[in-house]
Design a protein. Structure first.
Length: 565
C-alpha cells in the first residue's frame, strides 16, 4: 500500500498543489548500472527518450533536479514512525535514503528516493491478521499530463509511505480486507485523503504460477475480482511451454501492398495460442500479450498468423510468408511493419516473451473493464544505490507520540456507535468537540454535522460562520429555539440574515389551543380523539421552531381530553 502524507513535500518546502500545463522543461533519462554493476531489467526495458515536465505555478529547483534535495521533511519522518508504532513494527536505528532507478519519465532525476523506516509488525483485519514486512518513506512520482511522456510536477516529492505485507493472504477476500484495515489504520495519522492518495499494488501467485505485481487499482471494491482474474490468467498460462523463435526475416517483397518494410519470425508450436478478439473467454490471447511487448519498443503493434486476413495481408500472402519462414502445421508467425532497426528491437522484445514458459515474472496494469495488461518486467535488486545528497538520520532519538486510532476516537465520542463511526470516518470529530465546547448537546452537534450542514451545502447555501453557529446553539440550549426550528434557523443564518427568535411561553401555547378548540368545536365533537392529528398540524403551524413538538403534543392531549370531558 502506498499512502500519501499530508505535510507538504519530502525534500523541499513546496506545497503539494495542483499543476497546470506551462512551457515546462525536458529531460532525457537512461538506465545506469547500480552499485553492483548490473543494469536493472525493468529500467533497461525503457527506451531512452525525451520527457516533458510542467511545474504549473511552481518554480522549484529541487523538483527540476537543479538543486540537491533538502530534508527529509521532519513531519513526514514523524508520521512514518507513528505508523510504524501503530503496526507494532521495529524502527531502524538510522534511516538511509536510497535511489531506486526509474527511467519511465515519472521523475526528473531518473530515480525515486526511498528509505527503509521499520521492519516487522502485524496488521489485524476482519477475519485474520498478516505480518508486515517493511515500511518505507519515499517520494511520490509525477502525475501524467496530456500526451505521451508529459508529466506534471505537483505530485512529485509528496511523501509516501510504502507498506508491504508478508505473502500470507490466501484468498481474494483476505487481500481486500487487509487493504481496508491498513487504510483505516493509516487514517489515524496525518495522511492525504481523496482519489489517488492511497494506492494498492497486489502481488499474486498461484502454486503453478509466478509472482506478478498488479498496479492501478481504482477502488477496493474491485480487488477480489481482479485477484481472481489474475489467478485464472496464471492457471491458463501455466500449461504453455516456451517457443524458441526462428530468425527475423524481411518479407516485404512477399506482400502486394506493404505500408513500409515488413519483418517477421516464426514461433514454433504457438499456432492457435495467439488468438483474436473473437477467441472464446479463457483463451490465453498471447498475440495481444506479444503486441504489448513490441509497443514498448515504440511500434504501434504487430500482426500475427492467427488473425489473418488483417492489416491488408491476405490468406494467400500469409501462406507465402509461412512457407518462407518454414512454418510447420503447429507454428505461428508474428510480423511488424517498421524500418529495420525499430522492427528488430520490437521483435526482439516479442521473442524474449515467447521464450518464457508458463507465467512470466512481470508487472501488470489493472484494467477498469477487468483483466490486466503487461506493463514492464519485474524490477530486481539491481535498481538500488545509495543517495549521497541526504545524510543518514538517527531514528532512535525521535520522540513519537502515538495518535488515537479511528476505533479509539469513535469509542471516545458520547454518541451511539453508528453516529460516532460516521463522524470519525468523515474526520468530523474535531468539529464535534468544537460545537460541544460552544454549548451544544452531543445530539445536536452530531445532527448538525452529519445532516443539517450537509443539507445546507446541498441546497447551495454557505456554511454559517462560528459566531452564527454559536448564536444558534445558544438559542437551542436556552429553549428559545426548538429542535424543529433548527433547519429554518440555519438557512436564515446561512443567508446572512438576522435570526429572529420570538420566545413563546407555555401560556401562549395553552391560550392558542383553547382558542383553536373553541373555534373548531363541531369538528372536535364529531371526531373526538381522532381530531388530535389535524389539530396538532394547526398548532405546529403556529409554533414550529419555537416550542418543542413533544411539548405541543403533550399540552394538546391534556387540553383535548379536558375539552371532551
Ligand atoms: Zn519544491
Amino acid at each position: 500500500v502506498h499512502q500519501q502524507l499530508d505535510c507538504g513535500k519530502l525534500f523541499c518546502s513546496c506545497p503539494a498543489g495542483t499543476g497546470s500545463p506551462d512551457l515546462g522543461f525536458s529531460r532525457r533519462l537512461h538506465a545506469t548500472a547500480s552499485e553492483m554493476g548490473q543494469v536493472d531489467t525493468a529500467a533497461a526495458a525503457e527506451n531512452v527518450r525525451d520527457f516533458g515536465y510542467h511545474q504549473g505555478d511552481g518554480n522549484c529547483l529541487v523538483e527540476a533536479d537543479e538543486e540537491p534535495p533538502r530534508g527529509p521533511n521532519p513531519k513526514a519522518v514523524k508520521i512514518a514512525l507513528q505508523v510504524a508504532q501503530l503496526l507494532g513494527a521495529q524502527p531502524l536505528e538510522e534511516m538511509h535514503f536510497m535511489r531506486k532507478v526509474v527511467v519511465d519519465g515519472s521523475n526528473t532525476t531518473g530515480f525515486q528516493r526511498t528509505a527503509l523506516v521499520s521492519t516487522g509488525g502485524r496488521l489485524e483485519y476482519d477475519g485474520g491478521s498478516v505480518d508486515i514486512e517493511q515500511l518505507c518513506l519515499e517520494e511520490d512520482s509525477c502525475r501524467r499530463g496530456d500526451g505521451n511522456d508529459n508529466f506534471l510536477l505537483d505530485r512529485l516529492g509528496v511523501p509516501l509511505l510504502e507498506i508491504s505485507t508478508a505473502p500470507q493472504l490466501h484468498t481474494p477476500e483476505a487481500v481486500q480486507a487487509a487493504a481496508r484495515a491498513l487504510g483505516r489504520l493509516l487514517r489515524a495519522c496525518r495522511v492525504r485523503r481523496g482519489l489517488g492518495t492511497i494506492r494498492q499494488d497486489v502481488n499474486v501467485s498461484i502454486p503453478e504460477g509466478r509472482r506478478v505485481e498488479l498496479k492501478g487499482f481504482q477502488d477496493l471494491g474491485t480487488m477480489p475480482q481482479v485477484v481472481e482474474d489474475e489467478m485464472e490468467r496464471q492457471a491458463k498460462l501455466a500449461g504453455i511451454t516456451r517457443s524458441e523463435p526462428g530468425p527475423v526475416t524481411e518479407v516485404t517483397r512477399l506482400l502486394a501492398n506493404p505500408p513500409t518494410s515488413a519483418w517477421s519470425c516464426r514461433l514454433p508450436g504457438w499456432a492457435g495460442l495467439l488468438g483474436t478478439t473473437k477467441s472464446p473467454l479463457g483463451h490465453p490471447r498471447l498475440g495481444r500479450e506479444l503486441a504489448d511487448h513490441v509497443r514498448r519498443a515504440g511500434v504501434a503493434g504487430l500482426l500475427h498468423s492467427d488473425e489473418i486476413p488483417a492489416q491488408g495481408v491476405s490468406v494467400d500472402e500469409a501462406e507465402t510468408i509461412a512457407a518462407e519462414l518454414k512454418c510447420g502445421e503447429t507454428d505461428a508467425f508474428i510480423l511488424v511493419f517498421e524500418k529495420k532497426e525499430v522492427a528488430m528491437a520490437a521483435l526482439e522484445r516479442a521473442c524474449n516473451r515467447a521464450r518464457k514458459t508458463g507465467v512470466p515474472h512481470e508487472v501488470r496494469r489493472v484494467l477498469t473493464e477487468g483483466g490486466s495488461r503487461y506493463l514492464r518486467p519485474m524490477p530486481g535488486a539491481a535498481r538500488m544505490y545509495p543517495e549521497t545528497d541526504i545524510p543518514p538520520l538517527k531514528l532512535t532519538s525521535e520522540n513519537v507520540e502515538l495518535p488515537p486510532t479511528l476505533d479509539e476516537r469513535s469509542a471516545a465520542l458520547p454518541l451511539g456507535t453508528q453516529q460516532a463511526e460516521q463522524l470519525v470516518r468523515a474526520s468530523l470529530d474535531g468539529r464535534f468537540y468544537e460545537l460541544v465546547t460552544m454549548g451544544s448537546s452531543p445530539k445536536l452537534a452530531a445532527r448538525l454535522l452529519l445532516h443539517q450542514l450537509p443539507e445546507l451545502r446541498k441546497a447551495g447555501l454557505p456554511t454559517p460562520g462560528k459566531a452564527a453557529l454559536e448564536e444558534l446553539i445558544e438559542a437551542v440550549a436556552s429553549g428559545k429555539l426548538a429542535k424543529e426550528g433548527v433547519d429554518d434557523a440555519l438557512a436564515t443564518l446561512a443567508r446572512g440574515e438576522v435570526l429572529r427568535l420570538e420566545s413563546s411561553s407555555n401560556a401562549d401555547l395553552d391560550a392558542f389551543i383553547d382558542e383553536l378548540l373553541a373555534e373548531r368545536k363541531d369538528f372536535v365533537q364529531q371526531r373526538r380523539m381522532e381530531a388530535m392529528g389535524p389539530l396538532m398540524g394547526a398548532v405546529m403551524g403556529e409554533f414550529r421552531g419555537r416550542i418543542d413538538g413533544a411539548l405541543v403534543s403533550e399540552r394538546l392531549l391534556v387540553k383535548l381530553e379536558e375539552f371532551l370531558g
